[in-house]
Design a binder for this molecule. Structure first.
Ligand SMILES: *[C@@H]1O[C@H](CO)[C@@H](O)[C@H](O)[C@H]1NC(C)=O
Ligand SMILES: *[C@@H]1O[C@H](CO)[C@@H](O)[C@H](O)[C@H]1NC(C)=O
Ligand SMILES: *[C@@H]1O[C@H](CO)[C@@H](O)[C@H](O)[C@H]1NC(C)=O
Length: 380
């Protein structure tokens, strides 16, 4: 019995190894800006897009209600892109609010429109509401993958051995003309955290399944091995960031004394712990996890060396809190200068949020990770 199980796991690993050795279908290689040595990611959580201008806003002030629709969500995306000029835009699920989108394709085309039209690469994962319109989860992700300027992928190599739709990684190379120009110095892991439990005895939301965790472990190990191989072998691992929709049970580990931002509602994770947080800690490269799902929470807190961050609610047709601005999270990774004066590997990762007010107010700026602090911790 045990050996049959072990053989099953081995077969899955072999399949995944052969899939991940293939080159990515995406032609555009993400890389750090050679001028400033930076890479900036704009996270848009929970747009909850419906039918555009016909779809009313939820939880806005009475005086705002009559002039507010999905188009306010669209204009917030546009303004943020102009203000932040990100290198990548990441949509972390509930991109469309299925029940109120009468045509999933039309709704997605409109929702992702500002990203598509900006010419900036973008990526999306699924939430728990994306499949409630006219397409299944597979159908929604398949449509996204076919859209312009997206780096989204269905699953590694289109494999059906991994649960969910849209588990993939993105590699960000070092600055052009630097010695790290052909190496990933920042790794992004995108995961489908599911919708609802399909196990009758377990109520509530979905979770990241063992097959996805195995895919993550395998991908992380592969990237860490490449990072440390000659001739440009680097010590340690390139920092990683994980993006998915539903928070982990560990998001409940914080209160205002040890987090930045607000917690105004409960943590709607799965009712069981899938162990993914432990898997992340053990892999060692991921420095921060970014989720959405709970629109009234926008905090970041650090547990076992990993920051768990919410982006805060973005969409106007999503529940929110009247008078509390819709918001988005920005992350910027910065390279260190080498002794020879060219760009090297990642030195620090910072984050802040932007509010949809007149000035796009910037709040809660904080450092998530820096190379020196890790070294210090190691010495201690
Ligand atoms: C929504 O957009 C309209 C048109 O630009 C604007 O007048 C209104 O103030 C916006 N509402 C909110 C809540 O931002
Ligand atoms: C990166 O790859 C390009 C194309 O193969 C090559 O011309 C360049 O020299 C490589 N850079 C480094 C630092 O190895
Ligand atoms: C945050 O502080 C609370 C008590 O103030 C404590 O219960 C909790 O364990 C702390 N969390 C972390 C991650 O340190």
């Amino acid at each position: 019995m045990a050996s049959a199980k072990a053989m099953g796991a081995l077969a899955l690993l072999v399949v995944m190894a052969s899939l991940s050795s293939g080159t990515s279908a995406v032609g555009r290689q993400l890389k750090f800006n050679a001028k400033r040595g930076e890479f900036k990611i704009l996270q848009v959580a929970d747009m909850h897009f419906g039918d555009g201008k016909r779809t009313a806003c939820l939880d806005v002030l009475p005086r705002q209600a009559s002039s507010c629709s999905d188009l306010n969500t669209t204009s917030f995306v546009r303004r943020l892109i102009l203000a932040e000029k990100p290198n990548l835009i990441v949509f972390t699920g509930d991109n469309i609010f299925g029940f109120d989108a009468s045509d999933a394709v039309k709704s997605m085309n409109q929702a992702f429109g500002p990203a598509v039209n900006s010419g900036i690469p973008w990526a999306a994962v699924l939430g728990n509401h994306d499949q409630e319109s006219t397409l299944s989860r597979e159908g929604v992700m398949t449509h996204i993958v076919g859209m312009k300027n997206t780096l989204s992928q269905l699953n590694p190599g289109g494999a059906h051995v991994v649960d969910g739709f849209g588990n993939y990684n993105l590699e960000v190379h070092g600055a052009e003309f630097s010695r790290m120009e052909n190496k990933s110095v920042l790794n992004l892991y995108m995961l489908d955290s599911g919708d609802y439990s399909t196990v009758p005895s377990i109520p509530g939301y979905g979770w990241i399944k063992p097959s996805q965790q195995l895919w993550f472990q395998h991908t992380s190990a592969r990237l860490q091995k490449i990072y440390s191989t000659q001739p440009e072998g680097q010590k340690g691992a390139a920092p990683g960031l994980a993006y998915f929709h539903i928070p982990l049970p560990e998001h409940a580990s914080f209160d205002p004394t040890n987090s930045t931002g607000v917690r105004q509602e409960g943590i709607s994770s799965a009712t069981v712990n899938s162990g993914f947080f432990t898997t992340l800690v053990a892999a060692g490269d991921v420095k921060a996890v970014f989720t959405g799902h709970d629109h009234l929470n926008d905090f970041c807190g650090e547990l076992s060396g990993i920051h768990l961050c919410y982006a805060g609610g973005f969409g106007y047709h999503a529940y929110g809190k009247a008078g509390w601005s819709r918001r988005a999270r920005v992350v910027v990774a910065s390279l260190e200068k080498t002794q020879k004066g060219s760009w090297g590997t990642v030195k620090s990762i910072k984050t802040w949020k932007r509010l949809d007010d007149k000035k796009l107010s910037l709040i809660d700026s904080q450092v998530l990770w820096s190379k020196s602090s890790t070294n210090k911790q190691r010495i201690l």
